[in-house]
Design a protein around this ligand. Structure first.
Ligand SMILES: Nc1ncnc2c1ncn2[C@@H]1O[C@H](COP(=O)(O)OP(=O)(O)OP(=O)(O)O)[C@@H](O)[C@H]1O
Length: 270
């Protein structure tokens, strides 16, 4: 991998604290006998947006799912190597607590088939927030954070599935935020939305950086350039996904160190 140290990278990215929030060492992902991602070592900077890019099938989603151990629920999936969250191995963290700290947003908005309010109240209850006033406080803050409060405050108890696709996706982001996470994993969060809703969600992701560490999988290279501070480029070699290059977004797009990266970001491959 052609990457400078995190300290060097941070100097070019004033928005970020120089500490790694997640540290990956030799992470690999297998489904049964097939290794689909091999030997990924990467420090994810705190409070920044890191985009994972690369052609279809190179293991971006598999990597994302291993970061909050969602992969444990995928049949035959085995994750090797070490993933540290603030220096602590995620294998040693209780899974419910880990998923509170590391929220996930999927490609297709997936609100629960309940009211808008219950979509946010339920996770709070599940995570043991017993005080109703506290739950209401957090629900309002989360809805304000995603810019939904003014749009839906009058109909909090109406079905979430009646919201537009873009509003549903923002509700799903609020559902993660209401648990006061540190990290948000986003798997192509805009790709199923119409262009206007996609740009609203993209703006929201930009606003969330700084407060949260965001790791976003995107096929939209223009989007990665617009919103990411850092970019990790993956490629499949010998049938295994590999991290080819990681660096400040501008460097990866404008001065890639690897010929594969250069071809991909220029649209000549993948
Ligand atoms: N649950 C699963 N069981 C078996 N193989 C899987 C599973 N999920 C993914 N794979 C395989 O792992 C490889 C990597 O898939 P993954 O979805 O992680 O790649 P990706 O880079 O996110 O692709 P895309 O950009 O198309 O979403 C692919 O060959 C895929 O077929």
């Amino acid at each position: 991998m052609n990457a400078t140290s995190l300290g060097d990278l941070i100097e070019t990215q004033a928005c970020c604290e120089p500490k790694a929030h997640l540290s990956l060492s030799n992470v690999s992902v297998r489904y049964g006998a097939d290794t689909v991602l091999s030997q990924v070592s990467l420090d994810i900077p705190r409070g920044c947006i890191t985009a994972l890019i690369g052609p279809s099938g190179c293991g971006k989603t598999s990597l994302l799912c291993s970061l909050n151990r969602l992969s444990e629920h995928l049949p035959d999936c085995q994750v090797g190597g070490e993933i540290l969250l603030d220096g602590l191995n995620i294998a040693s963290i209780d899974a419910l607590n880990l998923r509170r700290r590391i929220g996930m947003i999927f490609q297709r908005p997936n609100p629960f088939p309940f009211s808008i309010h219950r979509n946010l109240d339920l996770p709070l209850r599940e995570h043991g927030v017993r005080d109703k006033a506290e739950r209401e406080r957090r629900i309002e803050i989360a809805l304000r954070d995603v810019g939904l409060w003014d749009e839906i405050a009058e109909r909090l108890h109406s079905p979430a599935l009646r919201l537009s696709g873009g509003q549903q996706q923002r509700l799903c982001i609020a559902r993660a935020l209401v648990l006061e996470p540190e990290i948000l994993l986003m798997d192509e969060p805009c790709s199923a939305l119409d262009p206007l809703s996609a740009s609203v969600v993209e703006e929201l992701i930009k606003r969330l950086s700084g407060r949260y560490t965001v790791i976003i999988v995107t096929h939209n290279l223009a989007q990665a350039r617009r919103i990411a501070n850092y970019t990790a480029f993956f490629w499949t070699r010998e049938q295994q996904g590999r991290l080819i290059e990681f660096g400040a977004c501008q460097q990866v797009f404008e001065q890639p160190q690897d010929a594969l990266t250069a071809a991909y970001v220029a649209g000549r491959s993948g």
